[in-house]
Write a protein of this length. Structure first.
Length: 157
């Protein structure tokens, strides 16, 4: 039972709903920034409002979009760090439960099942690390890339 509890904690969703929402906003704003820079679609005017942007205004717009991405990046890091700390706490608690159940030395047929459980734990660890990379690290890297693109791009008039 304790091994099952440990596996469930290891592969459980690491993000709360609030953090997942921030992640979504971060990835959306980052994608928008990358698309703007890579396609060169920096608006030069907004016809409906009768506003025309000069090159300096376009650069200011890109800096503003980068600032929005930076805001979402900080929000995601704050919420994500909290969720990550909670997940680590749950894993440590599961590990303590697992350790207190005791380990017995088994021979033969039962050893096969213990080895199989160890392999499942290894799989659970791999899944947990893959989720950490996908859920936490990748959005941060994409946001940093977007901010660098937005703040270093020079629009053409």
């Amino acid at each position: 039972m304790s091994d099952q509890f440990w596996r469930e904690v290891a592969v459980s969703d690491p993000l709360s709903e609030v953090t997942r929402q921030e992640r979504k906003f971060l990835l959306g704003a980052s994608a928008l920034g990358v698309v703007i820079v890579k396609t060169g679609l920096v608006p030069s005017k907004i016809s409906a409002l009768g506003i025309e942007f000069e090159q300096a205004d376009q650069k200011a717009l890109l800096i503003a979009v980068g600032a929005v991405v930076l805001y979402f990046l900080f929000a995601f890091i704050i919420y994500g760090t909290s969720d990550f700390a909670l997940k680590l706490y749950k894993q440590q608690k599961a590990e303590r439960v697992r350790a207190t159940t005791g380990k017995f030395k088994h021979e033969g047929f039962l050893n096969y099942f213990l080895e199989r459980a160890w392999r499942q734990d290894k799989t659970a660890n791999i899944i947990a690390y893959a989720r950490i990379i996908f859920e936490f690290v990748l959005p941060v890297l994409i946001a940093i890339y977007s901010i660098i693109l937005l703040w270093t791009y020079t629009p053409n008039s």
